[in-house]
Design a protein around this ligand. Structure first.
Ligand code: FES
Length: 284
């Protein structure tokens, strides 16, 4: 799985997580029936209470008109009490109350931030994690080494490198004996080298030039022989190459996680150029 695929998966996962979160919040609000939320302070302030009003003075009894009539009993009128009724408020728990708009936006902001950080972390891990199955950065099986060698050498003795896209490498025939600077580095197996396609100057992809039988960089004119030895231009060293292994069945394993750098060749060991250059004298 490439880093780009993992990035796409990460973004898709973030979008799904955000959608699920929004759905969950909307569902929860629907469950509470849109009940307005009331804070505890508001509930306390709105709690019904009884207010006692001061008692009014009792009216003075009227003087009796006739002595014969019995004196009326003194009556005490009840003290008027005013009862203030507050609107009925149903106290609900925070779980039942759902979330306020501010809480919703705060949580959405937090979720977005953590989702972003999560995706970023996944991308970082995907970049650093050693690839275990195929792809550049891992071991690439290029097929039988004998077949590759046969394809790379033409009937007239000229060379046509076999490009392995998954390894970003050119498989080229190695001369016998191999020059000293490439010995004991594990870069020759089954009679071939695997050269990294990247120019060691500033990283352009270096194409093969069939007429001259070398690699010629169109960016600033660096030139290399068919086995990647430095020949001309601003490149500081030979083309880089990968460590190789042969399986018991003779298949060539290009270990693209192991890149070997070598200094400019003190002298080239294969003939170059053998014909006209593909880029002329750029940077010469
Ligand atoms: S990138 Fe190849 S010569 Fe500059």
């Amino acid at each position: 799985m490439t880093g780009q695929t993992i990035l796409l998966l990460g973004v898709a996962a973030a979008a799904i997580a955000a959608a699920v979160g929004a759905f969950a919040i909307a569902w929860r609000r629907a469950q509470t029936g849109g009940t307005p939320t009331v804070s505890r302070e508001t509930l306390e302030a709105d709690r019904p209470r009884v207010v006692e009003l001061p008692a009014e003075p009792a009216p003075e009894p009227e003087a009796p008109e006739e002595a014969e009539e019995p004196e009326p009993e003194e009556e005490h009128e009840p003290v008027p009490v005013a009862v203030v009724t507050a609107p009925k408020v149903v106290e609900v728990s925070p779980e039942e109350a759902g979330v306020t708009r501010r809480q919703f936006f705060n949580r959405a902001l937090g979720a977005t931030f953590f989702t972003f950080m999560g995706v970023l972390s996944l991308d970082f891990l995907a970049f650093l994690w050693p690839k275990l199955s195929g792809g550049f950065g891992s071991d690439v099986n290029a097929g039988p080494a004998a077949d590759l060698l046969e394809q790379a050498v033409n009937d007239d003795g000229t060379v046509t490198p076999v490009f392995i896209p998954e390894a970003r490498a050119y498989v080229v025939p190695a001369p016998e004996p191999v020059s000293e600077q490439f010995r004991d580095k594990g870069v020759v197996a089954g009679g071939v080298f695997a050269l990294y396609q990247r120019c060691v100057h500033l990283g352009c992809r270096v194409p093969w030039c069939q007429p001259s039988q070398g690699f010629e960089c169109p960016c600033h004119g660096s030139k290399y022989t068919s086995i990647g030895e430095y020949f001309l231009g601003p490149a500081p060293r030979n083309l880089d190459r990968f460590v190789l292994e042969l399986t018991e069945g003779g298949e060539l394993i290009i270990k693209t996680g192991s890149i070997i750098e070598t200094p400019r060749a003190p002298r080239i060991t294969v003939k170059y150029p053998q014909g006209p250059s593909c880029i002329g004298e750029v940077g010469a």
